[in-house]
Write a protein of this length. Sequence first.
Length: 68
Amino acid sequence: MTTRIVTDANGRKHITTEPLLYPPQRTWVGLTDEEAQQTFARHNCTISVDLAGILARAIEAKFKQKNT
């Protein structure tokens, strides 16, 4: 059982073992242009770093749209 510290509306801190109803959202971390190009290269798709970056941004935008 996991314990955590919560702050109530009056600013008082309490220890609780209640589970989180909604886990905290993680911050989106995208690929760099170089990481995108390396990923494409690993799949035998030889494109420029610029094009890899453009494609990666387009794919990331679609993922964000589908997950919000």
